[in-house]
Design a protein around this ligand. Structure first.
Ligand SMILES: Nc1ncnc2c1ncn2[C@@H]1O[C@H](COP(=O)(O)OP(=O)(O)OP(=O)(O)O)[C@@H](O)[C@H]1O
Ligand SMILES: [Mg+2]
Length: 678
């Protein structure tokens, strides 16, 4: 099904029922500032870098920072293994090209010392044919090897990139909501797109280049030593400053590379938030501020990139200068030695031609090193996410609950968001008997939505137990729990897909639980009918209409009805509806309530109610006060006996009346305007 993941969207649908601060009040600008509360992750191993890096991108103890570059990059091996034969083939081709290049000076030496020294060129051109042909063959072989290398590594490079991308996405889908709550989207986006592209380029070019450069330098220096002993040693002396410079550069550059990649992530987050929040920004005329803030961040990134380029330029210049200076010294020394007859002219020619072959890789070392360090940062950032363990993983020995009956029991449940000062739910005892509907009522912020997310195990309880048919959900497979419990969230999130795909999201069309096509069709239409989503028929292509990114082409009430239809279509044993009717007008609400009553009969349901009419759907009502269930009973009984319930209901009624009045007022104003226009 063609749907995009959408785990963390800002609320845009709290029309009249807006009860929580608008997200624009405290935009999530950075990892550091965006995670005031972290859902508790009891299973998180200590010391593991669970959180994203800091806003400034300083390498704040990311996973892998303590590893050497080799050890860090080696973690990619399982992903690269299938591509190894071609990669190794590519490496040998690159080495072949390099060795061919290194062999040419030796042939030229033989030419100079043999036929040329004997003056053959003047009389016997035939003596030149073999060496000249050999140079030609070596030149063609070098070009052939380069071509072969490109062909061999291109395919595995893209393959490995795709595998890494899929693995990361799979893991992101698996990670709990708590993880997505604290990782800004841009940081994940920059890892999955930018970092992995960078890794591919390194795998197909940088890695081979690095190995080939090192081999070329080592073999080349060996040849120099063999060709002209002392001169070779002088040239080798240049390796000392080269090593020092490369080492210092690596340490500095690693920090800047990390900073730059983290800042790219921050920038991507800003773009993502501005695009998602474009309506709020426009409505409040904050476009200029958004631009200013983006400009600051872009400028920050630019400065880092300049630092990066500056460092690279410095190292490249140094690496260029050292061989040149060594070469000048060798030239003077070589001429003296040749004049004294301690070295042949042929050896001298071969020596300098070989240094010309080595100098290329030495100068390129700056570039290959920086590519390698960028790749290492990308690997670290990749594994920071991949090595984040999922505390909500399936148990090793799960209890089978293939067909849940839908008996829900929260036993002494406590839940605290990670980093939150105190629990949101405390010692909650609540039973939802099979086939009954329970309304959950409480003041805003009392923990209703949190409780609704504990039931399908979106969050794990931090104390007590959440039992489904008498089995702790932590002992069940997540798949079984999710199949048994469907939720319509407070924020009706839709995907850029057709209405059909959105509504049938919880009705599998393939796999062991696949539902036959006719049944899927029946459920689709029934769910749309119950949710009073008749507007779908008027969409340009009916249920096949793509509803645009996050369903933004629909009104808040329309989105809410599709989200409700989605939960109904899943036909779960337990249905959790978080304020499912808040965005509907009175007439539609009544129509939905009437039809919903039939669906709820026989299904265990927990309905979070912000309106008296929603409360009326329930067989009984549970009152949540400051994270505790303080009373359970029928609406009538609670009205008679529970002061807090009366207070909540009267405030809901007041709220609702005000909304209704406001709506009526708007409607009459609209009518007047239309009248005047007529
Ligand atoms: N992801 C989160 N991280 C940290 N704290 C949270 C998170 N979500 C909610 N909270 C806090 O938990 C408390 C309960 O929130 P919850 O959304 O469950 O309330 P609610 O009863 O559903 O409120 P409303 O009626 O406004 O929907 C609030 O104080 C809220 O600030
Ligand atoms: Mg809520």
């Amino acid at each position: 099904m063609d749907v995009m993941p959408d785990t963390k969207r800002t609320s845009r649908s709290r029309s009249r029922g807006a009860r929580r601060a608008d997200p624009s009040d405290s935009p999530r600008r950075s990892p550091a500032s965006s995670a005031p509360h972290r859902p508790a992750a009891p299973g998180t191993p200590p010391g593991r870098a669970e959180g994203p890096p800091g806003r400034t991108g300083s390498p704040a103890a990311p996973v892998g920072s303590e590893l050497s570059t080799f050890a860090s990059v080696r973690r990619l091996y399982p992903y690269v293994r299938p591509a190894m034969p071609r990669m190794v083939g590519g490496l040998f081709s690159a080495l072949g090209a390099s060795l061919a290049a290194l062999a040419i000076p030796r042939v030229l030496q033989a030419l100079v010392e043999g036929p040329l020294a004997a003056g053959a060129a003047a009389h016997d051109l035939g003596a030149l044919v073999v060496p000249v042909l050999l140079v030609l063959v070596l030149g063609v072989a070098e070009a052939g090897f380069v071509l072969l290398r490109r062909n061999l590594v291109m395919y595995p490079g893209t393959r490995v990139e795709a595998e890494l991308r899929m693995a990361l996405f799979r893991h992101l889908q698996d990670l709990p909501v708590a993880f997505h709550d604290r990782w800004p989207g841009g940081q994940l986006l920059s890892r999955i797109m930018g970092d992995l592209g960078l890794l591919r380029r390194w795998l197909v070019f940088g890695l081979l280049q690095l190995v080939v450069s090192i081999v070329t330098i080592v073999v080349g220096v060996g040849i120099l030593l063999a060709t002209a002993g002392w001169l070779g040693l002088v040239y080798l002396a240049g390796a000392i400053p080269v090593t020092v410079i490369a080492f210092r550069f690596s340490r500095r550059y690693r920090v800047i590379a990390r900073l730059s990649q983290d800042q790219s992530g921050d920038l991507a987050t800003t773009v993502e938030e501005s695009v998602h929040g474009i309506r709020v920004l426009k409505a409040f005329g904050r476009g200029r501020d958004a631009l200013d803030s983006f400009t600051d961040q872009a400028e920050e990134l630019r400065r880092t990139e300049i630092r990066k380029a500056g460092n690279q330029a410095t190292v490249t210049t140094s690496l260029q200068l050292i061989p040149e200076v060594t070469l000048a010294v060798c030239l003077v020394l070589g001429t003296v030695l040749a004049a004294q007859g301690q070295i042949t002219v042929g050896s001298l020619v071969a020596f300098f031609l070989t240094t010309a072959v080595i100098n290329g890789p030495v100068v390129d070392l700056g570039m290959t090193l920086s590519m390698t360090l960028n790749a290492r940062t990308a690997v670290d950032r990749f594994f920071e996410v991949m090595e984040t363990s999922n505390p909500l993983a399936d148990p090793a020995d799960p209890v089978d609950v293939p067909e849940a009956r839908g008996h829900v029991q929260l036993r002494d449940v406590t839940f605290r968001y990670e980093d939150a000062p105190r629990p949101v739910l405390e010692h909650v005892d609540l039973e939802l008997p099979v086939g009954t509907t329970t309304a959950l009522v409480g003041l805003t912020g009392s923990g209703k939505s949190t409780l609704a997310m504990v039931v399908p195990r979106i969050f794990d309880v931090t104390g007590g137990e959440m039992l489904l048919d008498g089995v702790d959900v932590r002992r069940m497979r997540r798949h079984d729990v999710r199949r048994a419990v469907a939720v319509a969230f407070e924020d009706p999130t839709l995907f850029s897909a057709s209405v059909r795909d959105n509504v049938l999201l919880g009705v599998p069309e393939a796999g062991p639980d696949a539902v036959p096509e006719e049944e899927r069709e029946r459920r689709l239409h029934e769910a749309l009918e119950v949710a009073q989503a008749g507007f779908v028929a008027d969409l340009p292509h009916g249920v096949e209409t793509r509803i645009g990114e996050e369903g933004l082409s629909l009104s808040g009430g329309q989105r809410q009805r599709l989200a409700l239809a989605r939960a109904i279509a899943a036909r779960p044993a337990v249905l959790v509806l978080d304020d499912p009717l808040s965005a509907l007008d009175v007439a539609t609400e009544e129509a939905v309530t009437t039809r919903l009553r039939d669906v709820l009969a026989g299904t265990t349901s927990l309905v979070i109610a912000h309106r008296p009419s929603t409360v009326a759907l329930a067989d009984r009502v549970a009152v949540l006060q400051d994270g505790r269930i303080t009373a359970v009973g029928t609406h009538r009984d609670l009205l008679a006996t529970d002061a807090h319930y009366r207070h909540v209901i009267s405030s809901l009624e007041q709220d609702w009346e005000e909304c209704a009045e406001h709506a009526d007022h708007e409607a009459s104003e609209q009518a007047q305007t239309e009248e005047v226009q007529r």
